[in-house]
Design a protein around this ligand. Structure first.
Ligand SMILES: NC(=O)c1ccc[n+]([C@@H]2O[C@H](COP(=O)([O-])OP(=O)(O)OC[C@H]3O[C@@H](n4cnc5c(N)ncnc54)[C@H](OP(=O)(O)O)[C@@H]3O)[C@@H](O)[C@H]2O)c1
Length: 286
């Protein structure tokens, strides 16, 4: 029944208060470039979902990335460091890793482009525009950090220094060996197989660096002893030790009967450190 109010308006004409949902709906419609009445319902739903996702990513994404960049262990856990180092260290051999790295960058920049597009096209409130602008700047800063933060300054000069890297034939160990050699250090590259080591030495030499190949199997303390004896005579001082070699646990035992990961990644590295006369810096790979 139509009841007439003192204001003269009937029940039907009473304006209903805007719910949160309908407010969002209104904002999304306002953000739409095309008049919402002319596009089919399915397209509208997809468009709204896409806009919401881009908006969400654009605000949340930089915060997550900042958190990850401030916790390198987490970052490393995600394999991002690995991809990055493999890419910069083995550019010619690891196209696959480089493609992944490029994809990572697209993932970093895509939300930024989406956010900028929204910023220009939408009729959002000032508060939201400011939030997006802030996120944009933060995202840009983090992206720049991604490129520069973890790089060794090229002015560093390690001429006359000796660095020893375990597990130098691939991955982080290989990239580190090449990077240290490029900075002037003489690298002792250790690998399980001599032929793999020699390949690394050749790569370093082709870039103008110097390196020595040495065999080291961390599954055997005897191998550690042999290497230590060799090093104590040939390289009495080692300035940098990068204990990098290791894999995910293999669920088997070392030659001495220790659990593989503990025996090779911890015990053997510690033994190596004990045997070698002098280190300036000892680094354990993340
Ligand atoms: N990449 C990551 O995201 C990540 C995350 C957490 C920890 N880490 C650690 O960082 C280190 C390097 O990572 P990565 O990704 O560069 O690994 P990777 O590509 O798998 O390379 C591992 C290296 O360690 C050597 N190695 C493995 N077991 C060995 C043993 N018993 N004796 C001697 N050498 C051995 C391998 O030699 P072979 O070629 O002969 O097998 C290889 O050169 C590892 O210790 C890994 O556990 C990496």
């Amino acid at each position: 029944e139509n009841v007439v109010h003192p204001t003269g308006q009937s029940n039907e004409q009473q304006p209903t208060p805007l719910t949160r949902r309908s407010k969002m709906q209104k904002e999304l419609n306002a953000a739409s470039l095309i008049d919402s009445t002319t596009i089919p319902r399915g397209v509208k739903i997809v468009k709204k979902a896409a806009l919401s996702i881009v908006m969400g990513m654009y605000v949340v994404h930089p915060i997550i990335m900042l958190w990850l960049f401030r916790s390198p262990e987490l970052f490393s856990l995600l394999g991002v460091f690995q991809i990055y180092h493999k890419c910069s260290g083995t550019l010619t051999r690891r196209w696959n890793a480089c493609l992944k790295h490029a994809a990572m960058n697209i993932f970093l920049f895509f939300p930024s482009l989406g956010g900028i597009w929204l910023w220009f096209q939408s009729r959002l409130s000032l508060r939201r525009k400011l939030l997006i602008t802030f996120s944009c700047l933060l995202g840009f800063k983090i992206s720049v950090d991604h490129v520069f933060l973890f790089r060794v300054p090229s002015t560093t000069n390690l001429a006359g220094k000796v660095a020893m890297i375990t597990g130098a034939n691939r991955g982080i160990g290989f990239a580190t060996s090449v990077a240290l050699a490029e900075l002037g250090a003489h690298c002792i590259v250790t690998c399980r197989s001599l032929s793999k080591c020699q390949h690394v030495v050749e790569q370093i030499k082709s870039k103008g660096g110097t390196a020595t190949a040495a065999v080291l199997d961390l599954n055997s303390l005897n191998s550690v002893m042999l290497l230590s004896k060799y090093l104590s005579t040939e390289f009495p001082t080692i300035n940098y030790f990068f204990g990098n070699a290791g894999t995910t646990p293999q669920y088997d035992l070392t030659a001495e009967g220790f659990e593989n990961a503990f025996g090779s990644q911890y015990l053997a590295h510690m033994a190596l450190g004990e045997f070698i006369v002098e280190f300036d810096q000892v680094v354990r790979a993340c």
